[in-house]
Design a protein. Structure first.
Length: 150
């Protein structure tokens, strides 16, 4: 019965592995371990790409790569990964720019409205390297679970 849920389980496991790796990767990178990275968006590896790749590949392996459901999952996979590396990534970059502009303007004009003190999350999307790492996590998880349940 659990075999019927293979695509869903692969997707969830890929998310858990990708998100679970983030605090440890940041520990290696910065020397600082923070549990908040477990639920953070953005960062290495991309849990978005890990999830959709695991889902899409597992559907292809289970239902066939010529099935309609694989086609649907493939389109969703492409949309999610495009969004994560383009729309969300550049939104985060725009936030960084706007916050820097506000800081610079504070030296020129008086800005008393508390909205100018609000800090927004800058890391929203993923770099290409973070995306590729997530893709690899998704592929490995999907294949390992496939061969375990086969």
């Amino acid at each position: 019965m659990l075999r019927n849920y293979y695509p869903l389980v692969a997707c969830i496991v890929a998310i858990i592995i990708a998100q679970g790796a983030k605090p440890f990767i940041m520990l290696i990178k910065t020397g600082e371990f923070r549990f908040s990275y477990l639920i953070a968006s953005g960062g290495y590896p991309s849990s978005h790409s890990a999830a959709v790749v695991a889902l899409c590949l597992s559907i292809g392996l289970k239902e066939g790569f010529d099935s309609s459901i694989f086609a649907v999952s493939f389109v969703i996979m492409v949309i999610v990964m495009f969004d994560a590396t383009n729309v969300r990534y550049y939104s985060g970059r725009n936030i960084s720019l706007v916050q820097q502009l506000i800081e610079d303007l504070k030296y020129i004009i008086e800005m008393e409205d508390p909205i100018y003190d609000e800090k927004f999350k800058e890391v929203l999307g993923h770099t290409k390297l973070e995306l590729v790492a997530g893709i690899l996590v998704g592929i490995v998880v999907s294949l390992v679970l496939y061969f375990i349940w086969r």
